[in-house]
Each structure stands twice: as structure tokens, then as C-alpha cells.
Design a protein around this ligand. Structure first.
Ligand SMILES: Cc1cc2nc3c(=O)[nH]c(=O)nc-3n(C[C@H](O)[C@H](O)[C@H](O)COP(=O)(O)OP(=O)(O)OC[C@H]3O[C@@H](n4cnc5c(N)ncnc54)[C@H](O)[C@@H]3O)c2cc1C
Length: 365
């Protein structure tokens, strides 16, 4: 029987679940609070070029993920290996601790930016108006007309324009109604907040209690551009490596954006602070964080030149520290479920497997 299904979140987990349920013939509506699909597979476009603001690359260890990348039409042209010059490990002063061995698993990126993969996979939903952007879901409630169904209360952002035809406006926000089933495909802390704000019937799933042990750490991310690196006769700029993990107390990862496929142009670097440092400085001012990370970047790379462009992003929920330990949560009787990387780990692949396995489970009922 055709069901009407709401999915909250258009990251890898939500879009994977949506595609699977759509293919099975269901009426799927995806709600995303930001301007498009991608979630933490995010691309930041700037006048000086793009940056992979979230995930830097992904691995393809799971055969179901490999199959999707191979078989979804148009995907192979978007996904490219990124060999960089191997991943190096640096000490706090930029000295190489571990040589540039090839990574154990090949690394892949989407081109021209990391969000290209989910933009492509979300096309069938976008083409039919089933992806509702700028729509932050505030709560899940019992449907006012059909008490056996669910309705979602959304806060539309100022960019959202007119409420779409599905929603009806009331003073407390826009209501999207008539759902047989609802999936939360958002980070666990945000899912917990949303569930707490939802109707008491939702609490009978006991999802919140199960999610109590899940921990997700933050990540301050700095993007830097150096047009001066393209001066003629400047034959060496910065380090010879293109990406590195580091044990610097502030910085965990650095990568040269221009070393990735289809991202040529002005010299650009993305710098990720460590989870511990991000946590300690999570409420610091942007200026302070920026100054500290630029200093750490210079210590590790030897690039002391002033960047012409800097942009900072605070990910409050970046990397799973303690996962749930099961690939999804599903309460068939209530028609409510959760998926997302945090069920299994901290990778793009984990989000894919979580979204896929939840959707396959839903198709059994
Ligand atoms: C800085 C950083 C670096 C990373 N590096 C790597 C890496 O190198 N390799 C790797 O494999 N993984 C990496 N990851 C992790 C990877 O990005 C995630 O595992 C994956 O993208 C998670 O997908 P998801 O669908 O579970 O969640 P998300 O991508 O977080 O998607 C959730 C979506 O829900 C939306 N949302 C949230 N609340 C609401 C609401 N109330 N209403 C509507 N929409 C809502 C969000 O806007 C978001 O689009 C990194 C992540 C970060 C932040």
C-alpha cells in the first residue's frame, strides 16, 4: 500500500532513505532546514573558489554503497578518486611523523564540490517538489484530522518565500500533515531536541532514552585562500604535501582544496580543529578562533603569508564519538524511525548504510 512518508534532513542518510522509499512507490516528502541537500557533505562557494566545508573525502568499503555509486545513473561521472600525495601525520611543528604511505582504503570526492553527489541523488525529489528547503521542523504531532497519522510543525526561514502547497500556515508555523510514517535523519542531539518538543505519543518510542549514550563532537573549520601563490616565478608555495592529519593541539586535519579533482584555481586550504580544542573553544568569538587556527596553520605548513580570504564555520555536531551501535531505530507500530551516521560511526558511508537499512526495514511492513 502506498504510504505518505516524511523525512526530516537531506543529508546522506535522509536522501538515501528517500530514494529507496520513492523507488518502492511511496509518496516521500523531505524537509531540510538549509538551502539545499548535502548536510555535512557541504560545499562552500566563495568568489575565490569552493571549499569542502564538511566531509573531506569518503571511503567505499560497503558493497551496497559501491553498488549505488556505480549504478545510479550519472554518479560515476561525479565521483573521483583523490590520491593527494598521501596522508601524512605531522607533529606540532609540522615535522612528518609518518611517511606518505598510500591510504589503506582509497579516498573519493565528488566533483566539482562534495555536495554534488547529494545534489544529484536528490534530483528526482527536487524535480517533483518533494524536497522542501528552508524548512526547519520544530516538532512531530498527532495529525489534527487523522489521529492515526502524523503532522509536522515547521518554522520556515525568511528565505523560504510562500509556504508550499503542502503546508497550511497558522500562527505557530507551517503544518505539513497526513503522514503515515516519519523519519528523523538528523544528528542525534538535534533529533533529541526535536523529539522532546514533540507530542507525548512520540515519546512512547523510547528513542530519546536509547540515544542518551550517543556523543557527537564539534569542529571549528577554517577556510583560507592565497591568490598571491599564483604570482609568476613563484615556483614553491607551502608544503609539498596536499593533506595531513596532525597532532598539533589545535589542528587535526589540513587539506589543499586545489589538489582535489575539478577544484583548480587560487590556492585554497581547509583546516579542521581537533574535537577537543573545538569543544574547549566552542563559544569563543570568531575572531579569536580564526587567529588561533591561522597561527596553528602557519606552524604546520610554514605558510606565514597573510591569507587574502578567510571564512570560519562552527559545526556543533560534526563527528560521532560514541555511536548508537545499531544501524537505525524503527518503531513499526508508531511509524517512526531514526537514521544518520551516528547510529554506526562518523563517516559518509555510515550515513548511507543507516538510511538504506532503515528504508529496507520499512519496506517489510
Ligand atoms: C568538518 C567535518 C569533516 C568530516 N570529514 C569526513 C570525512 O573526511 N570522511 C567522511 O566519511 N565523513 C566525514 N565527515 C562526516 C560526514 O560528513 C557525515 O558522516 C555525513 O555527512 C552525515 O550524514 P547524515 O545524513 O547522517 O547527517 P547530516 O549530513 O548532518 O544531514 C542532516 C541534515 O538535516 C538537516 N536538519 C537538521 N535539523 C533539521 C530540522 N529540524 N529540520 C529540517 N532539517 C534539519 C541538516 O541541515 C542536514 O542537512 C565530516 C563531517 C564534518 C562536519
Amino acid at each position: 500500500m502506498k504510504k505518505r512518508i516524511a523525512i526530516i534532513g537531506a543529508g546522506m542518510a535522509g536522501i538515501t532513505a528517500a530514494r529507496t522509499l520513492l523507488k518502492a512507490g511511496h509518496d516521500v516528502q523531505v524537509f531540510e532546514k538549509s538551502a539545499g541537500p548535502g548536510g555535512r557533505m557541504a560545499t562552500q562557494n566563495t568568489p575565490l573558489g569552493s571549499f569542502d566545508k564538511g566531509a573531506q573525502y569518503f571511503t567505499v568499503r560497503d558493497e551496497r554503497f559501491a553498488k549505488a555509486l556505480k549504478e545510479v545513473p550519472g554518479t560515476q561521472a561525479l565521483v573521483k578518486p583523490w590520491s593527494a600525495t598521501g596522508v601524512r601525520v605531522l607533529d606540532a611543528h609540522g615535522a612528518v611523523l609518518e611517511a606518505a604511505n598510500p591510504p589503506k582504503d582509497p579516498h573519493f570526492v565528488a566533483q566539482p564540490g562534495m555536495n554534488a553527489l547529494l545534489l544529484h541523488w536528490a534530483q528526482p525529489l527536487m524535480a517533483t517538489g518533494q524536497l522542501h528547503i528552508h524548512t526547519a521542523i520544530e516538532s512531530i504531532e498527532v495529525d489534527a484530522i487523522h489521529p492515526s497519522r502524523w503532522q509536522l510543525r515547521a518554522q520556515s526561514s525568511p528565505h523560504a518565500g510562500e509556504p508550499n502547497t503542502l503546508g497550511s500556515m497558522n500562527q505557530q508555523g507551517v503544518i505539513h500533515s497526513g503522514f503515515d510514517q516519519v523519519i528523523l535523519a538528523i544528528p542525534s542531539a538535534q533529533a533529541t531536541q526535536l523529539l522532546r518538543r514533540s507530542s507525548s505519543k512520540v515519546h512512547k518510542t523510547h528513542f530519546i532514552e536509547a540515544m542518551d549514550k550517543v556523543e557527537i563532537g564539534p569542529c571549528w573549520t577554517l577556510m583560507l585562500a592565497y591568490p598571491q601563490a599564483s604570482q609568476p616565478n613563484l615556483n614553491r608555495w607551502g608544503p609539498q604535501w596536499n593533506c595531513a592529519r596532525s597532532i598539533h593541539h589545535r589542528i587535526a586535519w589540513l587539506s589543499r582544496e586545489t589538489s582535489k579533482p575539478a577544484r583548480a584555481g587560487i590556492e585554497r586550504w581547509t583546516v579542521q580543529a581537533s574535537t577537543d580544542w573545538s569543544l574547549e573553544h566552542i563559544e569563543d568569538s570568531d575572531e579569536r578562533v580564526k587567529a588561533k587556527l591561522i597561527k596553528g596553520f602557519a606552524e604546520l605548513t610554514g605558510i606565514y603569508a597573510e591569507p587574502s580570504f578567510t571564512l570560519l564555520h562552527r559545526w556543533r555536531y560534526a563527528k560521532t564519538i560514541t555511536p548508537l551501535g545499531q544501524s537505525f531505530q524503527w518503531n513499526a507500530q508508531m511509524g517512526l524511525g531514526t537514521c544518520g551516521d551516528w547510529h554506526l560511526g562518523h563517516r559518509v558511508e555510515n550515513a548511507f548504510v543507516s538510511g538504506l537499512t532503515l528504508a529496507l526495514e520499512m519496506l517489510k511492513t
